[in-house]
Design a protein around this ligand. Sequence first.
Ligand SMILES: [Zn+2]
Length: 422
Amino acid sequence: MSRQTLYRARYLLPITSPLIEDGAVLLESGLIRAVGHYRDLANTHPEADLVDFDESILLPPMVNAHTHLELTAFSDWAAAAGEPDAPHSFVDWILWLVHIRRDVGEEQLKASLEAGLKASLLAGTGAVGDIFTTLNVFEAYLESPLYGQVFAEVLGHDLALIKERLSSIKALTVKSPAKSLNWGLSPHAPYTLSASATDQIFAFAKQLTLRCTIHLAESESESEFLRDGTGAIADKLFSSAKWDPLLSPPTGFSPVRSLCSEGRLKQGDLIVHGVHVDTADIEMLKQSGCSVALCPRSNAALSVGKAPVTEYLHAGIPLALGTDSLASSDSLSIWEEMAFAAEWFAGAAEPRDWLEIATLGGAKALGIEKRVGQLAPGLEASFQVVTLPVLPEVDVLEETLCTAGKDVNVTHLYLAGENVLL
Ligand SMILES: [Zn+2]
């Protein structure tokens, strides 16, 4: 029989079952065999080795369902360009990002992506939904122990260029980006893609069975542009990108309806932001079988509004959390994103719900929930161990964890049985 090890901690948060004081997980051959009270498991498995995390909290890894790790060094690039301050208007911010990003070379992007992968692990993140644009630097992922999806981004209005881009992506997808990472596809957003380009990309994804993620219903500017063809996106973004001649006619509909009405989305695809939606949009998203990744710190920084979390939960739409990139957010920590969410969306969800959204919710959004996202027999041996400045009493543990943010100290992160912070 292969070796069994008990990992004990003062508190265990399995996510899908009640928290356990003086709890343990029993691991064998890289899998979770049992979860329970330490004393019970020690009695039934006396031969098991013991790793004791003392006054710590053991729970599944965080899942960052939406990020752009290649932009991790963005603030350095902005400072070097002499433009360190992000504009607060959505369209000005996009133009600022494009302008700074244009002068960044592939080696810099690769180093930035590597830094983002490392920073994610240090923050207790075990899985990512990462948007990836610079196909030549895909080797940066190769050694990463992270789970999740690398979504290759596609944008533009020229169908010939889109076709070329998709064939480059197809060539990459013959091999996974890393052991536990899979390829996905990211049509950027409905305002940076023509209707026919969007059709082409979603059809390609269906053909190759790639999950898709798309920025959708993020700002009022996006809603105005799709509905009426007017506003800052038409006036500033399109003229800057010289897309004016390729401008699609306005759809007359909301962003969600513009995208969903053609049946483009498939079960398992992931919507990012979902701020500007009404009841009919939420019903449409529900029918599509998609999850929604909330990025509240980014939404607050760009002043685009607040996603209707209560309505999403009421409709039963699976939610996840994402940090978005460091061009619109302060850190790659889902602990900090969750603390911000709990305060910003006060009353919309309980601390227990936020902890589930930050872990299992993200795993479901990325289609990896059978491997990671909860502590339960049969799942892979993936968990984080954290400490707090003062260990809370059991009855306020979830609330304290949910709002602790920067005060959470991640001491260990195990992914598929390996301590990846060594
Ligand atoms: Zn994004």
